[in-house]
Design a protein around this ligand. Structure first.
Ligand code: SF4
Length: 466
């Protein structure tokens, strides 16, 4: 099997400090710390499932673990520094437990590769997101042969070990299904293309099989995942995301269908139309815009203009008037002027998002934005802009939540409330709602009719409808 060096690197070092651990106590418990996005959550669920198949069980107490996995995220500022600091803390546990294994996983692990083994002498292995399926064999190599393995790079999807029935899913109602991995876009601020590799779509049949598997196990909400989820294309037939959405939404048992993250430029009219056809397609869409200024969007390399984004929002809202939108925004991007920032505030005012995830720009290693020949925005100015954005969004969000007062929804019961006698759930438009359950608590994953009594800034209060 051959791979190009750019897309697939794998090496082993050692034995060095990595002496075989064959005669040490068996691995009984593992602990996973997960940072970042849902793709990372799903990778942690995969690793959990693979270890549990080997009889190694999860623990919530790190000091009880024989194996620690740090599943890192590079979207965070100073991500590598934070990851090394956490690995340093875990290393100390080896003093009392020499057979403890520490694995560095996720996007920072992909970036750092062998360097991580050099920097952290007690680190046992490094696994990038494209190699998660090899976890148990890597643990085995470390224990039996003393190899400190670095498994990074991006093998072709067909060569990856993806056993969806070995995933240890969190909860019993929402099943996440990766449909496309990696990203081929080149947004100038984003590190994802180098940490998650080139875009690779899974075949439709594999996806439908996994969804059916989840439905058979009683999952009621399906969430399709990908960095550019709506750029999915069946590798054999070329069928696009609109066709996939239609097929999944029609599967008996899918009560709610959601997908994340959509790329605005790839959203076709056929995809918009699915919101009119399928009631079980949640009226909630995360549609990252990043900036309200064409000039900044161009510097970001986003490939669309504000007018096109506005038009897409308009068509979506005509198709599904109850649609709630959320977005990602970056403030203080290099070259962003006060006028550009005002354009972002204008966009937020007219789009009226139910939620905004906003960040101050900070450079990421290997990205193009730091090399743009434009003036940087001073940190204190970025802070001011971020606070102004949050203040505006806070008012809009509260108003939108208040507008829902008096309406009744079939909500999905998702967890226990913080107060005794309460539970929380999600409305179809993905708002968090708290309610008192009365005599008997409701089964998690069931649907309940709840009327909104009060719209709070970040959630809703409701009452069960008889
Ligand atoms: S579309 Fe842009 S922001 Fe999203 S993952 Fe790809 S490069 Fe990053």
């Amino acid at each position: 099997m051959t791979h190009s060096l750019e897309t697939f690197q794998s090496s082993t070092t050692g034995p060095g400090r990595g002496l075989p651990l064959e005669n040490t106590p068996p691995l009984r418990r593992f602990y996973v710390e997960t940072w970042g996005c849902q793709m990372n959550d799903l990778d942690s669920q995969r690793m959990t499932g693979l270890l549990m198949e080997q009889g190694i069980l999860p623990t919530k107490a790190v000091q009880d673990a024989d194996l620690i996995l740090l599943n890192s995220c590079s979207v965070r500022e100073k991500a590598a520094q934070k990851a090394y600091s956490r690995l340093g803390e875990y290393r100390l546990l080896k003093r009392d437990k020499p057979h403890l294994l520490i694995g560095f996983c996720g996007c920072v692990a992909q970036q750092e590769g062998e360097k991580a083994l050099r920097r952290v002498p007690d680190l046992d292995f490094v696994i990038g997101p494209g190699r998660v399926g090899e976890l148990t064999s890597i643990v085995e190599q470390r224990r039996r042969q003393g190899r400190r393995v670095v498994a990074t790079g991006f093998p072709d999807a067909r060569e990856r070990n993806y056993e969806f029935d070995a995933l240890a899913r969190d909860g019993g109602y929402k099943g996440m299904v990766t449909i496309i991995e990696g990203c081929d876009k080149k947004c100038t601020f984003c590190i994802v293309p180098s940490t998650r590799g080139p875009e690779q779509s899974r075949p439709m049949d594999d996806i439908l099989e996994e969804v059916q598997h989840l439905l058979d196990y009683g999952f009621v909400e399906i969430e399709l995942l990908g960095q550019t989820v709506n750029h999915w294309k069946d590798p054999q037939t070329g069928d696009d995301f609109a066709i996939l959405l239609d097929r999944v939404a029609r599967m008996p048992g899918v009560r709610r269908l959601r997908f994340v993250t959509s790329y605005p430029r790839d959203f076709t009219q056929e995809m918009v139309d699915q919101f009119a056809v399928h009631e079980n397609l949640s009226p909630y869409l995360h549609l990252p815009v990043q900036s309200g200024s064409d000039r900044v969007l161009k510097l970001m390399g986003r490939g669309y203009q504000v007018e096109q984004y506005d038009d897409l929002v308009r068509r979506l809202r005509i198709t599904r008037p109850d649609l709630a939108l959320s977005t990602d925004l970056i403030v203080g991007f290099p070259g962003e002027t006060e006028q550009d920032f005002q354009a972002t505030l204008d966009l937020v005012s007219r789009t009226r998002y139910s939620q905004v995830y906003a960040f101050k720009y900070s450079p990421r290693p290997g990205t193009a934005a730091p090399r743009l020949r434009v003036p940087e925005v001073p940190p204190e100015e970025s802070d001011r802009r971020l606070q102004a954005l949050f203040a505006l969004q806070g008012v809009i969000q509260h108003e939108l939540n208040q507008e829902l007062e008096g309406r009744a929804y079939d909500i999905l019961v998702t967890q226990w409330g913080k107060k005794a006698g309460t539970q929380t759930g999600r409305t179809p438009c993905h708002r968090l709602i708290h309610f008192e359950y009365g005599d008997q608590p409701l089964e998690l994953g069931s649907l309940a009719r709840v009327r909104v009594e009060k719209g709070l800034p970040h959630s809703l209060l409701g009452r069960l409808v008889a």
